[in-house]
Design a protein around this ligand. Structure first.
Ligand SMILES: [Mn+2]
Length: 469
């Protein structure tokens, strides 16, 4: 992606900032609708800091992307400006029909693909409209940051949150960041807001005692360490590490020793490329102005956990500087990790029950994994080297007596070679009277339980069909 596209994005951000400013200086009442994940929460935090600074009153809600009927309901509310954050692109038709038709102002800060019909009451910032790739070049938090930075230079310290959003949406790759993200990270380093180092990328490295950090490790799952407190304490003791310290406090040499000890302990997965990348690599530390955990991945994990428990407002409060709720937000993260580490242990123990077809690896986990956990569990298992990533991975779990939840995951590499689990899942689900869809690397569906066998046959064929397409 060239710098011309990035400049186009920055120019648009400047235009959008002018649109927003008109509401900041007046008597406007603002309604924010944000996606309920780390990126959506970080983006909302950035925007809210800006609105607070101008004393502009707003109400905020965190939700999965609104359905047309919900946008119709929204249009009955009395606001001067509706801001969609990390959503809105997919709902552009309903936004036109129900909000813009009433001459309400609408701002969309998003990075999902869309059509971009013009309207005098509409402003949007979307990388896809600038020739950038919204899946990797910038997140909603990056879009929100790019706007508020143009509103006032004093908002520059919020760039850390933009990087939190990008990491939350898995926009960091083997080779680092691209597009706007790359620019933002460089800026954050230059401003002294972020420190970049190499080390262990484990969740909790900035706030959790090491043995606990290892015991709850889900990204990656550490075989014969995760979920085994005895093994964790033994390992910490064998290295003569103070049991109270965090990984952040170890110092580079000792952290290196801990990494070596972990690799020696986990067995053959130590040689797995995905596992090593998930365990070791670039660590981003927020050095100034951060509320909540200093480590970017810790911050992401905390926000995601808040979202998953439907308490996004807790994570949001942390991003706008509320230290009081931090303990509660971190407690949610811990509950989530406790749960997920059990799920990953189960997957590890049952890895042989994955059925390998020509175009996918597939498991029916019955009720061993909850419908809300299966998708992320597959992602983490792939990142942990538990499941081979040579073909798309499909998980089916019970969702009530009659229904199955299906989750599908592929790597960016598989997507580049033509696999598209979103299209395949949509097609196969429809063929058996269910419904689903999603992105090329991540998708979900619901299907009738009694048609599972038929579904997996159709899905395998559908995945074959879009190879090389
Ligand atoms: Mn996002």
């Amino acid at each position: 992606m060239g710098s011309a596209e990035i400049r186009r994005f920055q120019r648009r951000a400047d235009d959008v900032a002018e649109f927003l400013k008109a509401h900041l200086v007046g008597e406007s009442r603002v309604r924010i609708i944000a996606h309920i994940d780390a990126d959506g929460i970080a983006a909302a935090g950035i925007l809210a800091r800006c609105l607070y600074a101008y004393n502009t009153p707003f109400h905020i809600m965190f939700t999965r992307p609104l359905k047309p009927a919900e946008i119709m309901e929204l249009s009955k509310e009395d606001y001067d400006l509706f801001i969609f954050v990390d959503q809105g692109s997919g709902q552009i038709a309903a936004i036109h029909k129900f909000l813009l038709s009433k001459e309400c102002d609408v701002l969309i800060l998003d990075h999902h693909p869309s059509d971009f019909p013009e309207h005098k009451n509409l402003a949007y910032l979307n990388p896809h409209a600038c020739g950038l790739n919204g899946a990797k070049d910038v997140s909603a938090a990056g879009a929100a940051y790019s706007v508020v930075e143009h509103v006032d230079k004093n908002f520059k310290p919020l760039v850390g949150l933009a990087i939190v959003g990008a990491v939350g949406d898995r926009q960091e790759f083997f080779s680092g960041f691209t597009g706007v993200n790359e620019v933002l990270v460089k800026r954050a380093i230059d401003l002294g807001l972020i420190r970049v180092s190499t080390g262990l990328k484990l969740i909790g490295r900035s706030f959790s005692q090491i043995a606990e950090c290892l015991r709850l490790s889900i990204r990656p799952y550490l075989p014969s360490i995760s979920s085994d407190p005895t093994a964790c304490y033994a390992l910490v003791e064998s290295l003569d590490i103070s049991p109270k310290s965090t990984i952040d406090e170890l110092g580079q040499e000792m952290e290196g020793k801990l990494g070596d000890a972990l690799l020696a302990r986990v067995g053959q997965v130590a040689a797995d490329e995905n596992f090593r990348y998930t365990l070791l690599g670039t660590v981003y530390t927020l050095t100034k102005g951060a509320t909540g955990p200093r480590d970017v991945r810790d911050q992401v994990a905390m926000l995601d956990a808040c979202g998953k428990f439907n308490k996004a407002e807790l994570g949001f409060a942390v991003t706008v500087g509320d230290q009081v709720v931090l303990t509660e937000a971190l407690a949610l993260l811990r509950i989530y990790q406790e749960h997920m580490v059990g799920v990953l242990r189960w997957l590890t123990a049952n890895i042989d029950t994955f059925r390998i077809t020509p175009h996918m690896r597939c498991i029916y986990a019955e009720d061993a994994i909850e419908p809300t956990m299966i998708g992320e569990a597959l992602s983490l298992a792939m990142e942990s080297g538990i499941i081979a990533t040579d073909r798309p991975v499909i998980g089916l779990v019970d969702a009530g007596a009659e229904e199955l939840k299906v989750s599908a995951r592929a790597t960016p590499g598989l997507a580049m070679r033509g696999a598209n689990v979103g299209l395949a899942l949509a097609r196969a689900a429809e063929a058996v009277g269910g419904e689903g869809g999603g992105h090329d690397v991540s998708a979900a569906a619901r299907i009738p339980r009694r048609r599972m066998d038929e579904f997996t046959v159709v899905l395998d064929r559908a995945l074959a069909g879009n190879h090389g397409a």
